[in-house]
Design a protein around this ligand. Structure first.
Ligand SMILES: CCCCCCCCCCCCCCCCCCC/C=C/C(=O)SCCNC(=O)CCNC(=O)[C@H](O)C(C)(C)COP(=O)(O)OP(=O)(O)OC[C@H]1O[C@@H](n2cnc3c(N)ncnc32)[C@H](O)[C@@H]1OP(=O)(O)O
Ligand SMILES: Cc1cc2nc3c(=O)[nH]c(=O)nc-3n(C[C@H](O)[C@H](O)[C@H](O)COP(=O)(O)OP(=O)(O)OC[C@H]3O[C@@H](n4cnc5c(N)ncnc54)[C@H](O)[C@@H]3O)c2cc1C
Length: 669
């Protein structure tokens, strides 16, 4: 927990004293409201003070014990939620701070939303109360051994039998085995299963079905259902707490009314009827989760940067040639140029996540009113932001590990487990490359419609300004000119549009559109990234333009926003130069300004990570401790490893002793 208790010494107090802003108000800006700070604080402390939620030994647990520990934590969390009558907001935060992937994530995060989004009112009335009370546990079974990204390529079949008014669920091949769904392996009693609907001899493509998998009496798999866990995953602890599973059906029958029928129906005579709605609504649960993943990216990256900033402030190496105290590694310009852009990215992702949540809610209301006009915008933004933020976060966590030197490689730093738990976010809910190609396709379509005078809307509205953006010249003359939000916005817009137009022209030169899209797919990825980075920068600028209370808070956020934008300019300078958006000199000025911004950020760095308001329990890192008292903690932690249970290790008698004795004999010869 935070420092302040009797006898505690705050080793980072000096760092905290140099902050030039009101940390308490920054906590509000980060969390979104005073209420959000208070609820998060209460839930974090509730978890941290409960011994059942202990996690410091997690990376040392064998898989079976780790899984049992996950079941215990989930059951205990639910007990607390019921006993304390927690609201949905509080319950969700409790789950977040328990910080252990488990079946509940899929139950609440995908099974329930799939029924809400794709079930009829009647189906919702039947299934949701059961799910809400945990009388059933559900998961989301879409991916198969042979196909994940290509949803249309799934092979599981659901064949309607009008004689019995049932669907027959079947896995016709090995590759049709469901493979990966979280919670499926050991915990779930039910699943929303995605399968090809076949009726009257015709294949109508992928649809969702609610299928019971296990007995509600003794949890054993039902007849015709083969179930298991798919095996250990990357890293210790980490995502191994989750029972990602395998599922096969051997002609398993379910009643017709277990097909999710909001988007399309099958009558009892076997007639297929499609409601007058876009078929992509079938993908709605993925869109919902992608949006939550963007919000989670800022949490993961802020955790890693909190650890790396605090540790870098207490760690000292080398010193001035004239002697005197050693230098805090945070004072090295190289450390700052690697770490501060990550800190700025954590803030950028937080604010774009907040905006994406608003967009998602807005689109959902429109869909309810049968207005489907913003569906494409929702898809492009959720897919693109999910891809860009998760890739940057995974890379950022790994960079934070390196920023902590050797100690960052210890499990007790918390960083290896954080990375191992986080990195699959680049793959699940849509492989990042596949998602970026979706965004790029939408951008190519938008470019092709510009000539006809169709005005792009939403986050693509800037493309309508094509005449100006294709020829504008960046007006920056001095390093300070880069502090203008208008200048930053214009170069990001010009870069994104010019890259998109260039790529569209190259595609048009190909023998066919399909061939062009195929050949130029590496360029298309970069087009999509440029567009998504523009969105993140724009939303950060818009945030900073709002009324933000608290002494110095707005100034710090403006600084972070400029760091984020100019770091991207520096990193992708090739894009900006090759599209003629700026000159090499202007690029050098951007880098010069970036250096000045790092210097301004330095005295505020520790306070900026304090504003995340994370407990030591949630951080789970001896290096990121609030009090900065790292060395005794590292030393104590080492002795907790089971390898140190005895001074002479197991295996000495069998393998070390004979070897040593043999060497002794040989040396005597
Ligand atoms: C009170 C108690 C409270 C308790 C506590 C509460 C707790 C709450 C917890 C919440 C926690 C949440 C935590 C969640 C945990 C997350 C864990 C993650 C686990 C992972 C799960 C998964 O991975 S599930 C599987 C995911 N799979 C994928 O993502 C597959 C990716 N592939 C696809 O999406 C598609 O195949 C595709 C998009 C790549 C291609 O699809 P398709 O071939 O059908 O289409 P086309 O490319 O031809 O495009 C046609 C057309 O459709 C448009 N389009 C495509 N997708 C969408 C879409 N999603 N929406 C809208 N439109 C779409 C596309 O643009 C094309 O448009 P045109 O106009 O025709 O060009
Ligand atoms: C930890 C974890 C949890 C998961 N949980 C669930 C779950 O609860 N439920 C569920 O249904 N699924 C789940 N999944 C599965 C996940 O959704 C898929 O793994 C994901 O969608 C990627 O699909 P894939 O594995 O088929 O990858 P592939 O598509 O086989 O990707 C392999 C490579 O091919 C490339 N590639 C593929 N298509 C293209 C293309 N068109 N153009 C260019 N390159 C391409 C990719 O970029 C990648 O480099 C989970 C996965 C993981 C890792």
């Amino acid at each position: 927990m935070e420092a302040g208790g009797a006898g505690e010494v705050d080793h980072l107090a000096g760092e905290r004293a140099t902050a030039q802003f009101d940390v308490d108000h920054m906590k509000v800006a980060w969390a979104g409201s005073r209420h959000a700070v208070d609820v998060a604080d209460r839930m974090a402390r509730l978890v941290a003070s409960d011994p059942v939620f202990r996690k410091d030994n997690r990376t040392m647990l064998p898989r079976k014990e780790l899984f049992k520990d996950t079941l215990r934590k989930a059951a205990h969390a639910w007990k607390r939620i019921v006993e304390l009558r927690l609201t949905e907001e509080e319950a969700n935060l409790l789950r977040l701070y328990v910080d252990q992937p488990g079946y509940v994530d899929l139950h609440w995060g995908m099974f329930v939303p799939a029924i809400k989004g794709q079930g009829t009112e009647e189906q919702q009335k039947k299934w949701l109360p059961l799910a809400y009370k945990f009388q059933i546990i559900g998961c989301y079974a879409q991916t198969e051994l042979g196909h994940g990204s290509n949803v249309q390529g799934l092979e599981t079949t659901a064949t309607f039998d009008p004689k019995t008014d049932e669907f027959v669920m079947h896995s016709p091949t090995l590759t049709s085995s469901k493979w990966w769904p979280g919670g499926l392996g050991k915990a779930s009693t039910h699943a929303v299963v995605y399968a090809r609907l076949i009726t009257e001899g015709k294949d109508y493509g992928i649809h969702g079905f609610i299928v019971q998998l296990r007995s509600l009496e003794d949890h054993s798999p039902l007849p015709g259902v083969t179930l298991g866990d798919i095996g250990g995953k990357f890293g210790s602890g980490a995502y191994n707490s989750m029972d990602n599973g395998v599922l096969r059906f051997d002609h398993v029958r379910i009643p017709r009314d277990q097909m999710l029928m909001r988007l399309s129906q099958v009558t009892k005579e076997g007639k297929y009827v499609h409601s007058n709605v876009p078929k992509q609504l079938l993908y709605g649960t993925m869109v919902f989760v992608r949006q939550t993943i963007v919000a989670d990216a800022s949490k993961a990256l802020s955790r890693a940067t909190c650890i790396a900033v605090r540790y870098s402030a207490m760690r000292k190496q080398f010193g001035p040639q004239t002697g005197g105290p050693e230098t805090q590694v945070l004072n090295y310009k190289t450390q700052q140029s690697r770490l501060f852009p990550l800190l700025a990215s954590a803030y950028a992702f937080r604010f774009v996540g907040e905006w994406l949540k608003w967009l998602y809610t807005d689109v959902t209301h429109k869909l309810e009113a049968k207005d489907f006009s913003t569906l494409q915008e929702a898809h492009a933004c959720t897919a693109g932001l999910k891809a860009v933020t998760t890739s940057a976060t995974a890379d950022g966590i790994e960079e934070c590990r390196k920023l902590c030197g050797g100690h960052g490689y210890l499990n007790s730093s918390g960083l290896p487990e954080l990375f191992a738990t986080y990195v699959p976010a680049c793959t699940y809910e849509g492989d990042n490359v596949v998602l970026l190609l979706q965004v790029a396709r939408i951008l190519m379509k938008t470019v092709s419609q510009l000539a006809s005078g169709k005005q792009p809307v939403g986050t693509m509205a800037y493309m309508g300004n094509v005449q100006y953006l294709m020829q504008c010249k960046c007006g920056v003359n001095t390093a300070e000119d880069w502090l203008s939000p208008a200048a930053i916005r214009e170069v990001f817009e010009a870069r994104a549009l010019r890259m998109a137009v260039n790529c569209a022209q190259n595609i048009n030169r190909a023998p066919s559109q399909e061939e062009g899209l195929y050949e130029l797919s590496p360029d298309l990825l970069e087009v999509a990234v440029a567009h998504i980075q523009l969105i993140i920068v724009t939303k950060f600028i818009e945030k900073v333009e709002q009324d933000i209370p608290g002494e110095g808070v707005k100034e710090q956020l403006r600084n972070l926003c400029n760091v984020y934008a100019l770091y991207l300019v520096h990193k992708h300078l090739g894009d900006f130069l090759s599209t003629g958006c700026m000159t090499a000199r202007q690029g050098a000025l951007a880098n010069q300004q970036l250096g000045k911004l790092y210097a301004q950020l330095r005295p505020n760095a520790v306070a900026l990570v304090d504003a995340f308001n994370y407990t030591d329990h949630y951080l789970g890192s001896v290096l990121g401790r609030y009090d900065g008292n790292v060395y005794p903690a590292l030393y104590d932690e080492a002795w907790k490893d089971p390898l140190n249970d005895s001074p002479v290790p197991d295996g000495y008698r069998e393998h070390l002793r004979p070897l040593l004795k043999q060497q002794l004999k040989l040396s005597r010869l």
